[in-house]
Design a binder for this molecule. Structure first.
Ligand code: ARG
Ligand code: ZN
Length: 874
């Protein structure tokens, strides 16, 4: 079945409230749902009530307390249709179902993970619990009563405020929760189990006290402290930056170890993958801490952008996700270093979203059709969705953007809204017409902006010509012209910026507004030939094609007032060197000189006036997949790997002293996860990579591994050992000692698997097969699957793309197997093949055959068949 954006229609009945009673039992949980409904005005008297289900069996059905005659309804596992309902006035429908949490391996609906009952209802999991209008535009007030054996579930949680609880009958107890805020079913949550807890409180700006509780496995309470701190900072930030206050007496977070994604913003009761809650220096890296901070913030911010204002239908998913990602990005930028955060965002966007937009899975930020909505929780909806919001801010300016957001909160609080509603707020607040801009929501693909400049020495004029194009994407062969805001600067030879305004198109506040196919912006009275810095801060998520000399890139790298642009210039320079090296190494010719690049990188490494985290980002060469993406087609991953190694080695030799010194520069003393210390560790870790590649350092890496008193430096040393000295004795010892030390820490063991899965080279395939068969592997745990199969297929270009196709066959086999348990996870893992058509022909054929083998495996979930069908056109 295909769902289309244009087919939206409100429900025939309105649900006013719902009372749910759960009697928890691992194999047979009884669910009774009592709903108060009324027929929507204007709806025909013979219209039936059609509710969604998914693998449900109906135990009982009543209208106003009386059993409904079997002739009055029709039921299947996925729908319940009730006819002959009152024409006017409210009525009560009672639906009873029995479900089995312990055998629910999909991790959607109510399931049990490590003895804890928990739910995941977004997008369509609630229909696995009871028959309901399981769609985001049906907002109801929920009361939830949970009954359980005390020895089965000591703790009973749901959304909203605690009403009361106590003993129920012999050996059982109950708890009741009331959420006064009308919400869609995807925000429902229930948790039952025996968990440890840490507690704190937050006083809101209007002086209300909110109890904050984070639940984790017993014994892990101390590892939730950072998450709690991040939560309090998030609450404060949303008050200060958006004027948004929390709206219940309690905010709870539960960490579970089996979870299909990062976390979920259920009203007042967030459920998290424990990977994004638990942290201590011994087991979490700086990146883990940063992710925890960002995801805690993200889910908290959803309380306003997602929960108070939700989506009319799932086509509008970016309304809450793109906006909330934008909010968490700016939160992290405020908490940490803004340019460093932005660089990381750009890297991530280009690594995940650009390839998605350039391949068979491309779709608009707001898709126009879908078969399986779970497959649209994508980099495009989330990350590009965030970039679109960022562009609105760039176009409107900070002040009008805030006015637009205020208006959105005021006008749509309590609504299930659309992108049109959202954009109208910015238009109304600023007077700016966003009609053309709105194409960012409906047109897929990454625009290409071709830039050329012209310097007229005699006339002292400088002109910039911009031309846009947008390649066809699946289902969209012809594209309209977009509104692309490109931040720019003209940097004069002495490093100062030229301040004059151009003619030829709209350009205010240092932003060219490209709205036509081709536009030329002319600057007059420019004293000397300037260097153009374009798409500063990555103001638009586009590809830029510009012939810029290395000298000009170096000028930007030295003088740009924008740190992101300085990084971008060096990164562009590095990309160029790497691409030409990749082309050459295939023909076995000598590496072209990278002396200039090395000089810039070494100078950056040593420049103490720059933040360490910025230096680390700059030293990190474009990844192998970055290079592949820039090359575009006929990709040979081995050639790219060899080129990157060769370039890195040259740079490393040239700067060995600097790198060796920096490798030892990680802060000593008590560990702090703050951005400053993390930046110093990042610089030391990057320098260690250079130094070890130049020196052949297994013994020193092993020493660094043994000496590390935090996971960041330990994981880096282990990773370098595995990547560079796979067969060294030191590597074997380090892997063994890591595994022994963290034998009872699943999150650390995930890292152990990931590091090995990502070791470059054809041999890593054998290692992955070995680990898959090993005692530590567990296919039922999504984190472990992602740590091994996901890391190998999405994070190991040379291993996964082994020329004989063994990597693709491994992925196909695992996807087919896991699809029977957990379709969402299977479909997600399969997207690792999204760029298969850009490979050289031999690998392409192996990849195609692997996809065909999945298609022919039969009995596929909707999730996996949707992905396979889109990846195998025709
Ligand atoms: N709303 C959650 C978040 O981004 C993610 C839910 C993902 N759901 C899914 N079915 N993939 O915070
Ligand atoms: Zn989200």
């Amino acid at each position: 079945q295909i769902f289309k954006l244009g087919d939206y229609r409100p429900t025939d009945f309105v649900v006013e409230r719902i009372d749910l009673t759960f009697e928890l039992d691992p194999a047979a949980t009884k669910v009774v749902s009592r709903m108060i409904l009324h027929r929507r005005e204007g709806v025909a008297a013979d219209a039936a009530l059609v509710l969604d289900g998914d693998e449900l069996t109906l135990d009982g059905l009543q209208l106003d307390g009386n059993d409904i005659d079997p002739a009055g309804y029709a039921v299947t596992p996925d729908s319940l249709t009730i006819r002959a309902l009152p024409e006017s006035g409210p009525f009560e429908i009672t639906v009873s179902t029995t479900i089995s949490p312990e055998t629910n391996t999909t991790l959607m609906g109510l399931y049990r993970s490590s003895g804890v009952y928990c739910t995941q209802c977004e997008a369509e999991g609630f229909r696995r619990i009871t028959y309901f209008y399981d769609r985001p535009d049906v907002l109801a007030v929920y009361t939830v009563t949970v009954i359980a054996r005390k020895d089965d579930a000591k703790l009973l949680l749901s959304n909203g405020n605690f009403l009361g609880g106590g003993d129920y009958d012999e050996g059982r107890h109950f708890a009741a929760w009331f959420d006064p805020h009308p919400k869609p079913s995807y925000l429902f949550a229930l948790v039952g189990g025996d968990l440890g807890m840490i507690e704190d409180s937050f006083t809101t700006m209007s002086g209300r006290d909110v109890a904050l509780k984070i639940y984790v496995e017993h014994g892990k309470e101390a590892r939730a402290a950072y998450a709690m701190d991040a939560l309090k900072r998030s609450m404060k930030w949303d008050e200060e930056v958006y004027g948004r206050e929390y709206d219940l007496d309690i905010f709870q977070i539960v960490a579970v170890s089996d979870f299909n994604m990062g976390a979920m913003e259920n009203k007042g009761l967030n459920v998290f993958n424990d990977k994004y809650v638990l942290a201590d220096p011994e087991t979490a890296t700086d990146a883990d801490y940063a992710n925890i901070e960002a995801i805690i913030a993200h889910e908290y911010f959803h309380n306003w952008t997602g929960n108070r204002i939700t989506c009319r239908d799932w086509f509008q998913l970016c309304l809450k996700e793109g906006l909330t990602v934008y909010r968490d990005h700016t939160f992290s930028a405020d908490q940490r270093s803004a340019p460093v955060k932005r660089i990381a965002e750009i890297r991530l966007l280009k690594a995940h979203q650009f390839p998605e937009d350039a391949g068979p899975l491309a779709h608009p930020v707001r898709p126009q059709k879908y078969r399986e909505i779970n497959n649209f929780y994508t980099a495009t909806v989330y990350e590009k969705g965030s970039e679109v919001v960022r562009m609105i801010r760039t176009i409107l300016g900070a002040e009008d953007f805030r006015k637009g957001m205020d208006l959105y909160f005021e006008r749509h609080d309590g609504d299930a809204s659309t992108i049109e509603d959202f954009l109208a707020c910015f238009t109304d607040a600023s007077g700016r017409d966003l009609t053309q801009f709105a194409l960012w929501y409906s047109q897929a693909g990454t625009p290409l902006v071709t830039v050329s400049t012209d310097w007229n020495e005699a006339g002292k004029t400088f002109s910039v010509t911009l031309e846009q194009s947008l390649a066809p994407t699946p289902g969209q062969s012809r594209k309209a012209l977009m509104h692309i805001p490109l931040a720019y600067g003209l940097i004069l030879p002495d490093g100062r910026e030229f301040e004059g305004q151009p003619h030829g198109g709209e350009a205010g506040n240092g932003v060219f507004h490209l709205t036509k196919r081709k536009q030329t912006f002319r600057f007059a009275g420019v004293p000397e030939r300037p260097v153009l810095s374009i798409n500063r801060g990555f103001s638009a998520p586009v590809n830029i094609a510009m012939e810029q000399s290395i000298a000009d890139l170096a000028h930007i790298a030295r003088h740009d007032s924008d740190g992101v642009a300085r990084w971008q210039a060096i990164n562009d320079h590095a990309t160029r060197s790497l691409i030409s090296a990749a082309r050459l190494s295939r023909d076995d010719r000598k590496l072209p000189s990278v002396a200039e690049l090395a000089e810039i990188l070494i100078a950056t490494a040593a420049d103490e006036s720059l933040e360490p985290a910025f230096r680390a980002q700059t030293l990190t060469l474009p990844s192998e997949s970055d290079i592949a993406r820039e090359i575009g087609g006929n990709i040979d991953p081995d050639a790219i790997h060899a080129a990157r190694e060769a370039v890195m080695k040259e740079v490393a030799h040239a700067g060995l002293e600097t790198f060796a010194a920096l490798a030892d520069s990680a802060p000593t003393g008590p560990y702090s996860p703050d951005a400053e210390d993390a930046g110093k560790r990042a610089l030391a870790a990057t320098a260690m990579a250079y130094a070890s590649i130049a020196e052949g350092w297994p013994d020193r890496l092993k020493k660094a591994f043994d000496a590390a008193d935090n996971m960041t430096m330990m994981a880096q040393a282990l990773q370098l050992l595995v990547y560079q000295f796979a067969s060294a004795e030191e590597t074997r010892e380090a892997l063994e000692s890591f595994r022994a030390r963290f034998a009872d820490n699943p999150l650390a063991l995930d890292k152990w698997h990931t590091i090995q899965a990502m070791a470059p080279g054809a041999k890593s395939y054998d290692r992955v097969e070995h680990l898959l068969a090993g005692p530590d592997f567990d296919r039922t745990n999504p984190n472990r699957m992602r740590a091994l199969v996901g890391a190998f297929s999405a994070g190991n270009p040379t291993g996964f793309n082994r020329a004989d196709g063994a990597g693709y066959r491994l992925l196909a086999r695992e996807v087919i197997a896991i699809d029977k348990r957990n379709p969402q996870l299977a479909a997600r893992l399969l997207t690792a093949l999204r760029s298969w058509q850009s490979l050289e022909s031999g690998r392409q054929e192996h990849a195609r055959l692997a996809l065909v083998s999945i298609r022919e495996a039969g009995a596929l979930s909707a999730d996996v068949s949707d992905i396979v069908d889109r990846m195998l056109p025709g």
